[in-house]
Design a protein around this ligand. Structure first.
Ligand SMILES: [Zn+2]
Length: 454
């Protein structure tokens, strides 16, 4: 538009000059080397105009010729870049389609046209993987680590390779490095947490879990359960390394994280017992017994009483029974102490109240012990021992993910590897829940993990 206005203005100016010269004719006299040249003013103006236009055209020609090599080179480079990106796109499509030969061909083409940019290296690595050349893929991923813009992608590739090879230590190292590069990336946080948990690095896992919560990559309800289990893992880790005070601090934190969390209460009670904190231990057990009675807590409640002091043990268990009179654990603890004290009558009264249609194996064994100690009735002893073999299962730790029962609690299920899924109960309690999981075909994780124990 501006160019058009300038052109119209210039044309109008030239026409105006011609009209003006026609109205006011004249001549131009030039003296040069003794001669004299007389020119009509209009011709002189046309000559000047022609000369100026010629200069302009020559300058433009010279400028074009001077810039030609650069322009040709630019066109050539653009052409190569276009072909390179086309090969790159086709290579990515071939990777997605699983066409290893085409992916390799296009990767080489893209590398040839584009040189060595980040995406070419990734495509080359993926093509190498598709062709089963893991060594070449590793080389590409390692090369990517040397460039800041591709280091993260390189770590991702190496992490996936290490996982595929079952090298969890290397995978954890790559995940940690990826987390340093991009600390708020959800998949990095979740993978790092998973690897730390699998390798029982509890103290690192709690840091990663807190990072995930901050980054909103984990739901708060789920985070609470995981946090409680991981804090107990930290407690076990500290206890194993002999740092009992720190272990106790962690187990108390786990208790606060999840209200009435039985594994945390038991761990705290055990640590208090080791540290000789009797008053705190008794208080904790009394507070727990009303809702969560457990045989380990019963044992800890009398752990400071000498073996032969049966009467004191009976007294303590009577105290506990008052806190939860109808629960079987209250009576079983009391019966155990009564049998040890050979006080047969009250022991029989309590046991008969526990003998339902199908008594548990523990009750059957106590009955057998009672019959032997009280009346030396071999027939009845045999009867109860036979009954014990067919008795319903006792309460134990059961995984809510896969239904595996285990005698001791651990942060991870030893069968499915799920975190924080072991809960106290009988198999019957879990049956309907587990059937529901099977019907919904929930995924299972890889087992083969070590456990910390309570
Ligand atoms: Zn399990």
């Amino acid at each position: 538009m501006i160019k058009t206005i300038i052109f119209i203005f210039a044309t109008a100016l030239v026409v105006w000059v011609f009209v003006w010269l026609a109205d006011y004719p004249g001549s131009l006299s030039i003296a040069w080397y003794g001669g004299r040249l007389e020119l009509d003013l209009t011709i002189a103006f046309i000559g000047t105009l022609f000369f100026a236009i010629s200069i302009g055209i020559f300058y433009r020609l010279w400028w074009t010729i001077r810039r030609a090599p650069k322009a040709i080179s630019k066109v050539w480079k653009n052409n190569r870049r276009e072909r390179g990106y086309k090969a790159l796109t086709q290579g990515m499509v071939a990777v997605a389609a699983g066409d290893s030969n085409e992916a390799k061909r296009q990767a080489e083409k893209a590398d040839n046209y584009l040189g060595d940019p980040p995406l070419t290296m990734l495509l080359s690595a993926q093509a190498a993987q598709l062709n089963g050349d893991e060594a070449a893929a590793t080389r590409y991923f390692q090369a990517m680590l040397k460039r800041p813009e591709t280091a993260f992608l390189g770590l991702r590739g190496l992490l996936m390779q290490a996982e595929r090879d079952g090298d969890r230590v290397a995978a954890l190292s790559y995940a940690s490095r990826a987390n340093i590069l991009k600390p708020k990336t959800p998949w990095v946080l979740s993978k790092l947490f998973e690897l730390e948990v699998q390798q029982l690095h509890w103290k690192s896992a709690i840091t990663t879990l807190d990072q995930s919560i901050k980054a909103n990559s984990i739901k708060s309800a789920e985070a609470q359960n995981l946090r409680a289990a991981v804090l107990l893992g930290c407690s076990i880790e500290s206890e194993t390394s002999g740092e009992h005070a720190e272990a106790l601090r962690y187990s108390k934190r786990a208790q606060k994280e999840k209200l009435n969390y039985l594994p945390a209460i038991i761990q705290t009670a055990q640590l208090m017992n080791k540290a000789g904190k009797r008053r705190s231990l008794n208080k904790l057990i009394k507070e727990t017994w009303g809702q969560n009675p457990h045989p380990i807590l019963a044992d800890l409640y009398v752990s400071d009483i000498e073996e032969g002091d049966h009467l004191l043990r009976i007294k303590k268990f009577e105290e506990l029974k008052e806190l939860n009179p109808d629960h079987a654990e209250s009576r079983i603890a009391l019966v155990r102490s009564l049998i040890d004290a050979k006080i047969w009558g009250p022991a029989r009264t309590h046991l008969e109240k526990l003998c339902t249609e199908k008594p548990s194996s523990r009750i059957c064994h106590l009955m057998a012990e009672l019959e032997e100690g009280d009346k030396q009735d071999a027939e009845k002893v045999r009867h109860w021992l036979v009954k014990a073999t067919d008795a319903p299962s006792e309460a134990t730790w059961i995984c809510s993910s896969c239904g595996t029962a285990t005698f001791s609690w651990a942060p991870l299920c030893h069968r499915c590897g799920d975190l924080g899924t072991l809960a106290w109960g009988t198999t019957e309690n879990f049956t309907s829940f587990l059937e529901d999981r099977v019907i919904r075909k929930l995924p299972k994780k890889d087992p083969n993990l070590e456990l910390g124990n309570i």
